[in-house]
Every structure is written in C-alpha cells, then in structure tokens.
Ligand binder design. Structure first.
Ligand code: HAM
Length: 418
C-alpha cells in the first residue's frame, strides 16, 4: 500500500530536512519577536464555508463525526487565528505578533509544488492599522529566505494592494471585483484576447478593458499614479509608495517589486497583498499574504485588523534543492561514535556512553557486537565527528580517531567529558 495521493512519508533523511526548515522558520520568528500558538487540526466546517466564496471551500476535506457534527481538516490557519482572537479579544493586548507551523490539508489537484497535505509557516500581526506591520512581515520573509542562503537573484516579493485595485475598479464603476479580480490574477497566464474576452463577459466595457490592460502593464508606481483619479485610489497608492520608500531605506529594495498580478485567491484580503516567487517565476508561489480587515468581524467578533502571510514547505524545499542549499548531513549527528574492541561484552560502551551523555554529548554506538571494520563503517554512516575506541580495560586514557582527517591520537577521558 502507498500513501494517499498528495501526501508524503518522511523517512529520517526527509524529516531531517523538514526539521531544518522548521528550525530556520522558528529562529526567524524568534529573532523578530513573534510568539508561537497552535489550534486544532480540524474545525467546524462553517469556519471556512461562511460567506467567503473562496476557492479553498471547494478543496476542503470535510466529514461528519459520530455526533453528526460537520467538521473540516484545516486548509489554512488564518480562520483559526481569527477565531482565537475573537474568543479572547478583550484580554489580548494589541498589537501582537504570533506564529504557527500547522499541518494543512487541501483537496487540490496534486502537482509540482502543490500537495494535499503540507506544512505552512504563518506569521501574523493582529490589531494595528500601521503599515509598519506589513514592513515587519515582509522584512521577516526576506530575512528568513536569506537565512536559507537564498539571495535577491533567487526570489522576489511581489507587492500589490487589494485596496488600490478595488478603488480603481470602483473608479471605473466596475462594482463586481469578485468577478474581475480573478481575471486580473490570470492575466500573465492567458493570451491577451482571452483576457479581453473574459473582462467583457464580466461586464467591462472596451474602455474598461483598455484601462485594466494599462493598469496591469504599468511598469512602476509613477505610471500607476497617473491612473488614480479618486481620493480612495490615491490614498491606497500612497500606502504602496511609502512602503516601497521604507524598503529602500532599509536596503531591501532589490528583494521587492510592484506586481499588480498579485491578486491573491483568498477573499478576505482588503489591503496590501504580496506573494513571493522564485525569480524566473517557474515555480508556484513560495509564500503569500496580506492585510485582512474584516475576517474577525466576519466570524462574529469585534472589527480587529490583521496582516500576515503563509509560506509552505513544498516549493521552498524544491527551490533550496535546485540551488543546492539543503544541508547534506544531519544537524544532530552524534559527536562521538563509540566502537568496542576486545570481547563482545558491550556494557563498557553503555557505561562510557552514559558518562558522555551526562556531560551533554551526543553519542552513538553499536547494539550488536561486530568486527571493528563494520563498527567503523557504521560510525562513518552516522555522520559522527570522532570515533572513541573502548576496550574491556578500565582506563582513563582513550584512543580517538577523527573521521574527517583520519587522525588518530590518545587523550585523557576527562578532556572528552568537559
Ligand atoms: P495561500 O496563498 O493559500 O495563503 O498559501 C500560502 C502558501 O502556502 C503558498 O504560497 C504555498 O507556499 C503554500 N501552499 C498553499 N497551498 C499549498 C498546497 N496545496 N501544497 C503545498 N503548499 C501550499 C494562505 O494560506 C493564507 N492563510 C496565508 C495568510 C496568513 N494570510 C494571512 N495570514
């Protein structure tokens, strides 16, 4: 029997890499002062189905439990976060910065970069309108990707604004953003005629189509500014403008770009939105997020604003692999591998191992007496730095072999126990 479609087994060599991803994610969150939270793996179905009209609703793994309750495996973390915020809205001192690394489930067509079960780092800032929240989050993504060894030639954060798009559509009297935005989202992937046809089907006039084409093709903020005629549009434009100035001031300019094709599939975004892509855009999005003003209120709570993003493990791992940036050895390989010479009695190994472990050293050894050659092969496979030869004699001098250099020498056991 094999794993269900779109799921993965993690053999130790795979789990090692997962752990490396999770540790780097966690280290970034801690460096930026985010606190960890968790929620249940399944929620009430209606947490996701609400009024959203999201594509994600068609991808739910939902079921009835034995008590007849409608439940769903979580396809994303943001609704859980909003529910948790609502439950303690008054006690929670805002703004706050939280992170989580949930296992998520989506009944998607399994393809490169998209699975049915995956992990996703979520970083969110709740309870501030300040644009510095967007700055903090995007700076954190850049920092995290750089920690993995990626550079500005490998990835780019594309930034847009739902608020600006909505204002520009309203400016043209196009009051059906839920129909128009998905077409803008697809623009890069479909021929120009199809783009025009789809817009016309969504009740856009020829002049609207011309406007939207110009919008999507505008090369920079200055060009975009010329299209903004209303106060709402100008205000949303200014937000983007000041965000880009801040990236400039922080020396992060090379990692970000204005990208109006970033529309985001999820319906709850209301402000700045962003996605991270590999530079050649040959892979699916590495990360995506944005500001959501109404989610808490939509779920029955007070109107608390949030901004955040999710980065999945799948595309990130593919990209790191392609760039040769995945660690080859275990981060937790034993420091010492004890081999037993002399009699087949292995108890001396256990005794020494226990002493070394009490001194905080990572130690491995054989559990079955083997010839020395076999034990040394196992030591090499384990990734240990040093082999310690243990004999049946009681001694405080030990023979050591450094596996990388082949150097062999004796040392006082006390020195190894330090
Ligand atoms: P999302 O764009 O649906 O946003 O997902 C964010 C990231 O999760 C994607 O860019 C991708 O790396 C990964 N991802 C999504 N679906 C799959 C899949 N089927 N297989 C593998 N990886 C996948 C959200 O989920 C929002 N809730 C993020 C957010 C947090 N917004 C605000 N706070």
């Amino acid at each position: 029997m094999q794993t269900p479609k779109g799921t993965r087994d993690f053999y130790p060599e795979d789990q090692r890499i997962q752990n490396y991803l999770f540790q780097t994610w966690t280290a970034t969150c801690i460096e930026f002062g985010y606190e960890e939270y968790e929620g249940p793996m399944f929620e009430h179905l209606e947490l996701y189905t609400g009024k959203s009209g999201n594509e994600i609703v068609t991808q739910l793994y939902n079921f009835q439990d034995k008590g007849g309750r409608d439940l769903a495996l979580r396809p994303e973390m943001t609704p859980t976060l909003a529910r948790m915020v609502n439950q303690r809205s008054r006690e929670l001192k805002k703004p706050f910065k939280w992170y989580s690394i949930p296992r998520l489930f989506r009944y998607e067509r399994a393809q490169k970069g998209r699975l049915r079960e995956f992990f996703q780092l979520n970083m969110d800032i709740i309870g501030t309108d300040s644009l510095y929240a967007e700055l903090d989050l995007i700076a954190a993504i850049i920092h995290m990707l750089r920690k993995f060894g990626l550079s500005a030639t490998d990835f780019c954060v594309g930034i847009s604004s739902r608020k600006l798009l909505a204002a520009l559509l309203a400016q043209r009297n196009l009051l059906n953003p839920e129909e128009i935005l998905p077409i803008l989202d697809k623009k890069a992937k479909i021929p120009a005629e199809k783009f025009q046809e789809d817009l016309q089907t969504a009740k856009a006039s020829l002049l609207d189509v011309e406007f939207l084409t110009k919008l999507m093709e505008s090369a920079g903020l200055a060009e975009l500014h010329e299209l903004c005629a209303t106060d709402e549009a100008k205000q949303a434009w200014s937000e983007l403008d000041s965000l880009f100035q801040q990236f400039d001031a922080l020396g992060l300019k090379e990692y970000v770009s204005l990208d109006l094709s970033v529309v985001r599939g999820l319906a709850y975004y209301t402000g700045v939105v962003f996605e991270v892509f590999d530079r050649s855009k040959s892979m699916r999005a590495i990360a995506g997020g944005g500001r959501y003003d109404n989610l808490c209120a939509r779920l029955g709570g007070a109107p608390v604003t949030g901004v955040g993003f999710g980065v999945g493990d799948v595309v990130l791992k593919d990209l790191l692999q392609e760039k040769g940036l995945l660690p080859e050895v275990s981060l937790h390989a034993p420091e010492l591998f004890l081999v037993k010479a002399g009699s087949p009695d292995l108890l001396p190994l256990f005794k020494w191992a226990s002493q070394f472990r009490q001194a905080g050293t990572r130690v491995a050894h054989t559990l079955q007496f083997q010839k020395l050659g076999k034990q040394l092969e196992a030591a090499a496979r384990s990734g240990a730095a040093k082999v310690v030869f243990i004999t049946d004699d009681v001694t405080d001098t030990l023979e050591i072999k450094e596996l990388a250099t082949g150097n062999q020498y004796t040392t006082k056991s006390q020195e190894l126990l330090l």
